[in-house]
Write a protein that binds this ligand. Structure first.
Ligand SMILES: Cc1cc2ncn([C@H]3O[C@H](COP(=O)(O)O)[C@@H](O)[C@H]3O)c2cc1C
Length: 177
């Protein structure tokens, strides 16, 4: 079965902001890049999306431009919950908090947020719940952290190496499962 992992396009956030689960807008114009994303997708698929608007806007556009078998938002596809760091500049996060997390972002929970292993757990629940029994192409519109977690689930890449995969804004990654 073909799975298409699509990262949302660029946001309006200035560079260097940790926006995690904050519901930030996408930057305009986005018509051309949306068109280029559609050209890389199958003509018929089931669509799942993160409920954050930077993904829903793109997912709805995909829904309108291919033969959509079903369309579902799923909370488990939200980006990592960065808790107290949400909407802070990375370089304003106190180093006594940031450094230990950088050393072990897989296991260390951000204060009032989650760890990457927790994110990976909810993504695994989503995959076994919604994807395991599907035999038609699947499109998942989500975030860099979620896409990396899915790749780790599907390839057995260790979580600590998840960031060796580049995931750009508007990138489409096709995997066969
Ligand atoms: C472990 C981990 C480390 C990160 N470092 C930056 N982000 C990134 O995740 C957030 C949103 O991604 P998107 O633009 O795809 O919605 C940003 O805040 C960005 O800093 C990370 C995410 C994760 C999971």
């Amino acid at each position: 079965m073909e799975m298409y992992l699509v990262r949302h396009t660029e946001t309006i956030c200035e560079k260097g902001i940790c926006y995690g689960q904050s519901d930030v807008d996408i930057a305009e114009p986005f018509e051309n890049i949306f068109g280029s994303i559609i050209s890389k997708l199958p003509s018929e698929a089931v669509i799942f999306t993160s409920p954050l608007k930077r993904c829903v806007i793109l997912a709805k556009h995909i829904q309108e431009n291919i033969k959509t078998i079903s369309f579902q938002e799923d909370e488990r596809l939200k980006e990592m919950n960065f808790g107290d760091w949400e909407l802070k500049k990375w370089d304003e996060i106190p180093s006594e908090q940031l450094n230990p997390w950088m050393e072990d972002f897989v296991n260390i929970k951000v204060s009032n947020g989650e760890s990457f292993v927790e994110l990976h757990g909810r993504v695994g629940d989503f995959l076994s719940d919604k994807i395991a029994k599907t035999n038609v192409p699947v499109i998942i519109v989500a975030h860099a952290g979620i896409i990396r977690s899915i790749i780790c689930h599907q390839t057995s890449l260790p979580l600590k190496n998840a960031f060796t995969n580049k995931v750009d804004f508007g990138q489409v990654i096709k995997i066969e499962i």
